[in-house]
Design a binder for this molecule. Structure first.
Ligand code: 1CP
Length: 344
């Protein structure tokens, strides 16, 4: 009987030897897949996230098509904010919040909630996904880091300069901290709920944690990430921290109690492995490499595999999410190359 615990994905996160390198890619369920777009013609993005059967279907799509070594539950980092009183609208391209959260009153009005109730549709989706994936393919749960979530709440959507967030940081840091602490408590409860529902590993996405001076990162971002990761330790599931743009912070995060660090494509993987003190790594091919020639994709993917093989564990991934225009044939080339690589 195969056991999901023996999957090469989980083995690499635990630092156990495997003869090949597992691969999954961030945003593997999404707009580059025609079968995803077909589902989206019938359901809005929010409906999709809140309908367990549909979320399960799109989670499985990239597994069926490419045979990735791990599935990631379909949802969004912003989904658990709605029950706090901050619903996002995704219909205009990027996420938009009706009324940004900027004052003391706005922050106090956000409420923490029982994750089993407020996000019961996520637990239901995870149970369906686990039943479909069986013992072959592990399922990754995830959440946004409090800082990345705060950036969307304060700006009201994506931002180029984070003017509102930084204004708060430089005028009322204690207010920003209050928001981060509140989001931290909710995020820990949300991830614990996912583990109870059956996910095999968790990833915290910190897409925008890298926009701060390292001293501010250490003061405001790192402690709440640490609290979440420490709070998950007893669950026993491997924890992955993906901080985009982490290169100037690697020496600051290396002591976090996690099993693996996500590495973006702006860093040399060997350097990141040296700086991350013996932990497993996940990454780090440039997502734009998928627009290169087949030969170039193969060459660069193998280079990442060779470097990753020197870490205590390596999970192949892109250095950030796949773009909606990425060619399917490039993903096929990538998966075939990585799954064909043998560690010596
Ligand atoms: O129109 C559509 O169909 C919506 C596009 C879309 C998709 C497919 C959004 C809106 N989110 C998602 C899914 C998603 N988002 C997943 C699913 C699982 C998978 O990886 O396959 C995950 C893990 C996320 C995480 C996410 N959402 C992050 C962190 C990772 C990253 O890419 O940096 C962030 C920052 C978001 C916010 C968000 N949601 C959606 C968009 C387009 C964005 C980015 C907006 C921006 O650039 O600021």
């Amino acid at each position: 009987m195969p056991n999901v615990k023996d999957s090469i994905f989980l083995k690499n996160l635990r630092g156990e030897p495997t003869d090949r390198t597992p691969i999954w890619i961030m945003r593997q369920a999404g707009r580059y897949l025609p079968e995803y777009m077909a589902v989206r013609e019938k359901l809005s993005f929010n409906e999709l996230c809140r309908t367990p059967e549909a979320a399960c279907e799109v989670t499985l799509q990239p597994i069926r098509r490419f045979g990735f070594d791990a599935a990631i539950m379909f949802s969004d980092i912003l989904t658990p904010l709605e029950p706090m009183g901050a619903p996002f609208d995704f219909s205009k391209g990027g996420p938009k919040l009706e009324r940004p959260i900027r004052s003391e009153k706005d922050i106090r009005a956000l409420h923490t909630y029982d994750a089993e109730e407020g996000t019961n549709f996520v637990a239901a989706a995870i149970k369906l996904m686990k039943a479909e994936l069986g013992d072959k393919t592990p399922l990754i749960g995830f959440a946004g880091s409090p800082f990345t979530l705060a950036s969307y709440l304060i700006e009201g959507g994506g931002s180029k300069d984070y003017i509102n967030l930084k204004t708060m940081l430089y005028t009322r840091p204690e207010l920003l901290q209050e928001l981060l602490d509140k989001l931290g408590d909710q995020t820990l409860a949300y991830l614990k709920m996912q583990v109870a529902a059956g996910v095999d590993a968790v990833q915290v996405f910190d897409t925008w944690g890298g926009i701060l001076h390292p001293a501010d990162y250490v003061k405001h971002v790192l402690p709440v990430v640490r609290k979440i990761m420490d709070g998950l330790k007893d669950t026993g599931v491997p924890r992955i921290y993906f901080l985009k743009g982490s290169a100037p912070y690697n020496h600051l995060i290396k002591d976090l109690d996690v099993e693996a660090f996500g590495v973006d494509w702006t860093q040399d993987l060997t350097m990141a492995i040296d700086q991350m003190g013996g932990k497993a790594v996940q990454g780090n091919l440039d997502p734009l490499c998928l627009f290169g020639s087949e030969e170039e994709i193969r060459r660069r993917a193998l280079e990442v595999c060779e470097k990753g093989a020197k870490a205590s564990g390596h999970v192949f991934n892109l250095g950030h999410g796949i773009l909606p225009k990425a060619p399917i044939s490039a993903v096929e080339t990538l998966v075939e190359t990585v799954q064909g690589f043998r560690r010596s």
